[in-house]
Design a binder for this molecule. Sequence first.
Ligand code: G3P
Ligand code: CA
Length: 231
Amino acid sequence: MHVIAHRGASFEAPENTLVAFERAIDAHADGIELDVMEVDGEIFVFHDRYLRRLAAHPGRFQDLTQEQIRALRVFSQHPVPTLDETLAFIAGRCWVNIELKSAVDLTRLLSTIEHAIQAHGFENEQFLISAFNHHWLRDIKRARPETRIGALSASCMLDYATFAEILGAYSVHIDVDFVTPELVADAHRRGLLLYVYTVDEPEDILMLQEWGVDGIFTNHPRHSRNVLDGL
Ligand code: G3P
Ligand code: CA
């Protein structure tokens, strides 16, 4: 079962920052999940629509200019990296799940991925693009069919796998509250991997491993890895 650092090792360091990504790699995470939003054609790594929680600033992230974002400090300390800077930093040391939190320019996103493959030591298989908005995923798959996409679902949908199959998804990403052993088996029968968010409790980690879940998004990859290793 893969350990995927949720917004980086966000228990140990401010989420979605280069420090959190370095900590995730240090904790031997298999993958890093990060959130992106586009502003003026640039793709930034940031989770919230509003700035209050992360940057103690009024207003919305996407209402800022690129210059204002460059001046922001997450929890008063850490710059907001661009996706390109982040991929240059991770440099293929683990796989990356890019979750789209806003619509992004497809050409820009796909060229950033291509550049990371050409210049930053990544393989195509080290990228997985996910979103709750499946229209965006469909457009990506049409534009670049070899892209792995992950269909996010925040609820227990009646026919959850149909949309994943229509999309040609690689994986389905589901909230821990809705996973059952039957769902795991059904996803696997359909050739889909099942990833579960957000999982930090040892009891949940071991239960999901027993059910055959393919990966967990965890805020604390070091701890989750230890639980899986029986430490
Ligand atoms: O990708 C799984 C999970 O990160 C989705 O929820 O709010 O943490 O981005 P959120
Ligand atoms: Ca996310």
